[in-house]
Design a protein around this ligand. Sequence first.
Ligand SMILES: *Cc1c(COP(=O)(O)O)cnc(C)c1O
Length: 376
Amino acid sequence: MTAKRNIPFFNYPALFKANEKELMAILHDVMSRGAYILQKDLEQFEANLKKFLGVKHVFGVADGTNALILGLRAAGIGQGDEVILCSHTYIATAAAVHFAGARPVPVECGVDHMIDPEQVKKAVTDKTRVIMPTQLNGRTCDMDALQDIAEQHGLIIIEDAAQALGSRFKEKFAGTFGLAGTFSFYPAKLLGSFGDGGAIITNDDDMARKLYLLRDHGRNEEGEVVTWGTNCRLDNIQAAILDWKLKTFEKEVARRRAIAARYQQALGEIDDLVLPPAPGEDDRHFDVYQNYELESGQRDALKKNLADHGVGTIIQWGGKAVHQLSGLGFEEIRLPVTEKMTSRFLMLPMHTALSDDDVEYICECIHDFHKSAPQI
Ligand SMILES: *Cc1c(COP(=O)(O)O)cnc(C)c1O
């Protein structure tokens, strides 16, 4: 066994250290211009993100959760409406529906950990208005199946693509399939800011107009209030940093895909593990590996063993699907497939501060664990 390493699940200080000079220069530039709210750095970032995704409208907003709330509100979703989502998602997805005034309806995920289209079909009622798929862990759902259901029942799709900037299904970017799509720039996300941030995108002009007004107190271009709105603006300093990071974003994704390929190569033979799809395994999908979420029948023992060897892992969302959280009104709901999976999920470190040696060490630790642990 090689010498013990200390590999945190995510390394926030390393992100700053790696680019300290450039980041401080951006801060200096923005602050000496006194440019904080709705300034040109935000406009520039929105324009560049628009170009990258090939969409008509991009709005930088306060965070990924509020991006979802704004999207639902702009789409006219509220009291009496139902929104179908995958129970294996962040509470934010369901909470956004709740705070828009509608009812979140969590359903099962499939073997790929993404919302199961068959279960979506079954959950449709005469109150259903929206399917809100989470583009989880950097993968885009089978959007053909979801779009078929939406069309059949006259439903809107709003994508929670918080984890999937740059991910594609059949060459189309996550976030561009429905009426709107949302992203999060939380520091640990693929494109991370140094604080909170998010965006909402749409190709629909009417939707865009509503989002424009909603984001900034209902004010039009002249600063005149013409409708109810709120404050949901992306900070200009964060936008400046994000715009700079967007330039190297594809390199970042390539590195994540290389790490995923190495995990697959090194761990693919271990019977106890179910790994995420490898890069290029299914040519309909281009995955960006926001997370590397595997399944293990010995999850808790593996997690502890890795921690003892200095490797940080995380059980996404504390090992609970949305419907398993107490106090939210989901007590009656049972989703056996998801419930079984939540006791098996584990995320390995996946970020660009990982060196090749770190990745080898993590794989070696997992191999050693499975050699010594009793196989079930
Ligand atoms: C991160 C995340 C969000 C929320 O993003 P914030 O910017 O933290 O509000 C929503 N949905 C999913 C699936 C996420 O991973």
